[in-house]
Design a protein around this ligand. Structure first.
Ligand code: GLN
Length: 579
């Protein structure tokens, strides 16, 4: 089958939810059995999202091959249930870098290198390559930014040319716009949509279909009016009104005939659809059996998009227990001193990943509070590092233990840099990134959660960090009761035996991992640590409602014997803060 391309552009304003619309279309196509992949185009000059602030731009999503990408790539992975790679995120920076490198190598010898055709050719080549890499039948291409932005122009020109090159029946243009409702005149306004479709036409792209975003469902006659002004047939105007939850969007679009529309335009055979998983998930979200109250203690609390994969993982884990998650964001800076007993009201505490010194003491204290008060705790990346620091300070009694990321002069750098990180000069793409294996120790909670198969009990999770638990302190930590439940298995010269996961055996649930399992969580396959955490939170909630059961649980916990320590293979002893 000839590869088909669906291009999604956006108009009027940014943050319209183009990523979710595109991903939802992917769900409908996947549900019909097509092999789908997707490409996110980000017209900024950065090579990748790795050096951008999460609280302005949202989360940096890490792919299995270690690319630091836009958060929409994460949405695609979760909605489509597939793994994407570096070549699924295209930026202006990457395109220009490649073209300039080709020019230096002499590949354009004798030519003047120009935006058209060299840059636009490179863009098309990359889009095609992303499809070829996985033998996709349909490639979804979302052009980031808004039509009319100067930096989007070469990309719009490239997708215009693609219809010319690939054929009309193999390309489809979908434009996402906004339909604002004016409360003063009590009506929906189509003018912004008219303008933005016209804007798109002015660069040679006539939209085949529209996805009109509105707060509430638009009246039926609206599509006729929009059709009149935009040259799009009324039945090809879809209304994505604000849903209770993003998981409802595929169904909303399907009910309006989106799947059929795409099949007709792209001359695809109709295949039976099956979006049962999404319908089921949505019905649980609407009518959950229970709700777990989770506190997330972090730095970017004002920008939830900075933790989008984390939130989705909690949602997936909740659904696996027919429950929803009620998240409270707590600014770690507010936890650095004073009473923390307000944390008692939560069923679980999660400390996510993060960088930099700000708010660190608060996170360390919160980890300690969860440990001492038997509140389920899940630590992700930095959340594991602070748990180790807290344990070192308060249980091993290593005064002022810290990470050398936060204190260069700490007498006890229980978290420090690996030798290969010491020589790193640049910032972009230089961390320990992407898929790394973790060997799980038998008899641990982590083992129960992952239930690894295969002789070596190895699982893979994605990483994005520079610092590691310092091997010089592992023995001491373990002697004082910290279970090392996962290590990086021997890989010649690559972080052999590094601590990947810890837990505390006597605690109802104190689990922390160096990786970011949230990047691999899927609706139909919740991430094991998240699933276990939510289960523990629900149990904690039930016990708190029933103090007698809580007492019995306490007695049972006291009888749990300490587990055999993991035989982590540690390469060499570090000097001071160098691992
Ligand atoms: N700042 C820590 C490190 O670089 C943790 C990173 C993270 O949480 N992603 O190791």
């Amino acid at each position: 089958m000839q590869t088909k391309y669906i291009f999604v552009t956006g108009g009027v304003v940014s943050s319209l939810g183009k990523g979710v619309s595109t991903a939802s279309i992917g769900v409908l196509l996947r549900a019909r059995g097509y092999r789908v992949t997707s490409v996110k185009i980000d017209p900024y000059i950065n090579l990748d999202a790795g050096t951008m602030r999460p609280y302005e731009h949202g989360e940096v999503f890490v792919t299995a091959d270690g690319a630091e990408t836009d958060l929409d790539v994460g949405t695609y992975e979760r909605f489509l249930g597939i793994d994407l790679a570096r070549n699924n995120n295209i930026t202006t920076g990457r395109i220009y870098k490649t073209v300039i490198e080709k020019e230096r190598r002499g590949e354009y010898l004798s030519q003047t290198v120009q935006v058209i055709p060299h840059i636009t050719d490179e863009i098309q080549e990359r889009i095609r390559a992303a499809g070829k890499a996985v033998n996709a039948e349909i490639v979804l291409v979302e052009v980031g930014g808004t039509v009319g932005d100067i930096e989007s122009l070469p990309f719009l020109e490239a997708i215009r040319q693609m219809r010319f090159n690939e054929g009309k029946e193999n390309t489809l243009y979908l434009h996402v716009t906004l339909l604002p409702y004016l409360s003063t005149s009590e009506e929906f306004k189509t003018k912004p949509t008219q303008h933005s479709v016209a804007n798109l036409r002015s660069v040679g792209v006539q939209a085949d279909g529209l996805i009109v975003r509105s707060d509430t469902p638009m009246p039926e006659d609206m599509s006729k009016k929009i059709a009149l002004f935009t040259n799009v047939e009324a039945r090809d105007v879809f209304n994505a009104y604000n849903a209770e939850h993003v998981y409802a969007v595929p169904e909303i679009l399907e009910q309006q005939g989106m799947g059929r529309f795409i099949e007709k335009k792209l001359e695809l055979e109709r295949v039976t659809r099956n979006i049962a998983t999404w319908q089921e998930a949505f019905s649980i979200l609407q009518k959950p059996d229970r709700t777990a109250r989770i506190a997330i203690v972090g730095k970017y609390v004002a920008m939830p998009d900075a933790y989008i994969s984390l939130m989705e993982s909690l949602t997936h884990a909740g659904i696996a227990h027919r429950s929803t998650i009620d998240v409270t964001w707590i600014n770690s800076e507010d936890c650095a001193e004073g009473d923390l007993s307000h944390l008692k009201q939560y069923d679980g505490i999660l400390v996510p990943g993060g960088f930099g010194h700000r708010g660190i003491e608060g996170k360390i204290r919160v980890a300690g509070y969860a440990r001492e008060n038997n509140i389920p705790y899940l630590g992700i990346c930095l959340g594991m590092q602070v748990a180790v620091i807290e344990f070192a300070r308060n249980i091993v009694k290593l005064e002022s233990a810290n990470s050398s990321e936060f204190d260069d002069y700490t007498p006890h750098p229980v978290i420090g840099l690996m030798p290969e990180q010491l020589d790193v000069e640049g910032m972009g793409g230089t961390m320990r990134l992407g898929d790394w294996p973790m060997q799980i120790e038998k008899g641990t909670r982590l083992f129960d959660l992952y239930q690894p198969t295969g002789p070596d009990n190895i699982v893979t999770e994605r990483h994005r960090h520079r610092y590691e638990v310092n091997p010089a302190y592992v023995e001491q930590l373990r002697e004082h009761g910290l279970t090392i439940s996962g290590v990086t298995p021997g890989m010649e010269g690559r972080g052999k035996g590094l601590v990947e996961a810890i837990e505390i055996a006597e605690h109802p649930f104190f689990v922390a991992v160096q990786s970011h399992p949230e990047f691999k969580s899927r609706l139909s396959k919740a991430s094991p640590p998240f699933k276990g955490f939510v289960q523990a939170a629900l149990e904690h909630q039930a016990l708190n409602k029933n103090p007698l059961a809580a007492f019995e649980q306490g007695v049972a916990n006291q009888n749990v014997t300490n587990q055999e320590p993991v035989k982590a293979e540690i390469t060499e002893l570090p000097k001071k803060d160098i691992i």
